[in-house]
Every structure is written in structure tokens, then in C-alpha cells.
Ligand binder design. Sequence first.
Ligand code: KG4
Ligand code: ZN
Length: 340
Amino acid sequence: MDKDILILGIESSCDETAASVVRNGREILSNVISSQIELHKVYGGVVPEIASRKHIEKINQVIEEALEEAKTELQDIDAIAVTYGPGLVGALLVGVAAAKAIAYGAKKPLVGVHHIEGHVSANFIERKDLEPPFLCLIVSGGHTHLVIVKDYGEYEIIGKTRDDAAGEAFDKVARAIGLGYPGGPKIDRLSKEGNPEAIAFPRAKIADSEYDFSFSGLKSSVLNYLNSCSMKGEAVCKADVAASFQAAVVDVLVSHTIAAAKEYGFDRVALAGGVASNSGLREGMEKACRENGLRLSYPSPVYCTDNGAMIGVAGYYEYKKGTRHGWDLNAVPSLKLGQR
Ligand code: KG4
Ligand code: ZN
């Protein structure tokens, strides 16, 4: 039997301070998440400066808790993995600085991880049989990508958003109908009480790129609808707006993913990122995959939104490949997928 490999994963790219201990890339020994949602709610979105300050306050405590919960000592850890981009620069820097200090002090290797690679890797936690290659739809607050996961850490992007990310559209529409931040889960909940066919919102198609996405037209269409209702003095059924908007987003995400799976000949499809916990998307994708003979994976909600476990998992596969970063590792706010 090979010796167990333990990775400490650290995540601080946005508004969650998180750390986790992962055994052999697939087993989560601890997953500690300190969310700042309550703090940013009053501003209707994440305030970068507040996020950085809160990360500084929380990071050591979160890391200590993750080690404790995993019943592990720092000496037993094989490598420290940390998100170094993309994300908010000040927020990323806190995680990167903490990881460097711990790795240096404990004489452990340092492995920088791409945040989106983390989201994709969250699928490996509960699906022990899932291995590349497969097709993955990544839908988060900052990203909407359709990628071929060729191997661990190797991606080919075949589609991406031209404007807003899917999560961003959820958040903006939620704000417009007065649901507050973060909007995704609130629209998800309210949609259950509404009629998805009540309002015909547009499904954007990009003429020259079959798998690209665009959500800004849909967002404008929702705003126009709300404006015209208010001009006419008509009451707005928020649940119908939420359900019809969500249906429009889900339709496009599902149709692009299924078309790409067919064209590229994949029989396995995975979802990743915060929006992957959307119940409408899960149901819509389940149904379409069933009808097209595709197997679908998606992480439990706690592994869809930002967490340290996904960074530990991605870090494990990077560690196995020999990826090591030096003490000059820096935060890269607009790090591209596949960039080192
Ligand atoms: O992946 P994530 O935690 O952070 C980024 O890397 O961006 O994603 C956060 C995004 C937010 O826009 C949030 O509104 C959205 O994911 N989200 C959802 C749901 N849960 C989170 N969107 C739709 N339905 C949900 N249930
Ligand atoms: Zn994320």
C-alpha cells in the first residue's frame, strides 16, 4: 500500500475563508468555511476591501480548525495548496501569504491552484469513478465556461461567456426584483413558486460561436419588463419573473452542454461552480442527460460554492504531476485556465 498523501487546501479568492485537509485526492477529512455573506449583504455585493480584512482576521483560525477537525498535525501534511487566481487581488493575497508562510515554516512544498480547476475538481470528491476525459460546464459568480477536461489539470475551453457570468446574472436580476445578495439561491427558491413560462425572456445565441454564452441581453430584458410593468402601473409577480429568468438561463446552459457532448462524443458531463447548485439547472440537465444517454455528475451544494476541499483535491493532482511553486508565488487576479 502506498503512503497516504495529505494536502492542506486553502481558499480565499472572494468572500469565503476556507481550508480543508484532503487524503489521496478524493477523501475529505475536514472542510472549514467561514462565510462573509452577512457582512457584504448590506452593500448588495462583495466589497473587496472588507473581504480582504475579514480574510486576514479569519485565515489562521480556519486553517487551525481544518487541521484539528482532520485530526492532523502540520508535520503530517505533504503539501500546502492555495488558490492564487483568479479572484479579488487583496483577498487572494491573504490565502497566498498564509500558505507561503506555513509552507516555509513547516518545510513543505507549495502548490498554487487555479480557482476554476478547484471547482471542476469538486466533482472528484463524491464520484470516485469519475476520471478525465469528460465535458464540464463551469458556472460561478465570475465564470461561465464549457470545457473539455482532457486530463487532471488539462483543459480545452470550447465556450465561454461574452459578457456576464451566469451567477452574476442571477445576482443582478435578484437585486432588480429586490431579493438581495447573494441572489442565486434566492431566485432558485422563489422560482419554485412561479411559472417558468409566464414571461418569454430571450435565449441568446452567438452567431459565430456555437458554445459561447451571453447573459447581458437576458438581464436587460428582465429590467425592461420590470420597467414597463411599473410604467403601466401593473403589479409584478416576482416568482414568475424569477422562474422565467431561471428557465431562460437553464435552457441555454443545457442546450449548449448537450450539443457539445454530442459533437465531441462525450458520455460524461459534469457541472461545477456556485450555480451548479441551482435546482432548476440540476433538474434540467438531469432530464436532458437521461434523454441523450449521458451520465451526469455534480457536487453537493457545499462543494459547489467556494470551499477549501476543492482546492485540496485540485492541489493533490497538481502535486502528483510535480507542480511546485516558489516563495515568489503571487496572486494573479485574472489567471487564465491552463496558465501556470
Ligand atoms: O463558485 P462561487 O461560490 O464563487 C465564484 O467563484 O464566483 O459562485 C457564487 C455564485 C453567486 O453568483 C451565487 O449567486 C451563485 O453562485 N449561486 C447560485 C446558487 N447558489 C449560488 N446561483 C443559482 N442558484 C443557486 N442555488
Ligand atoms: Zn468560485
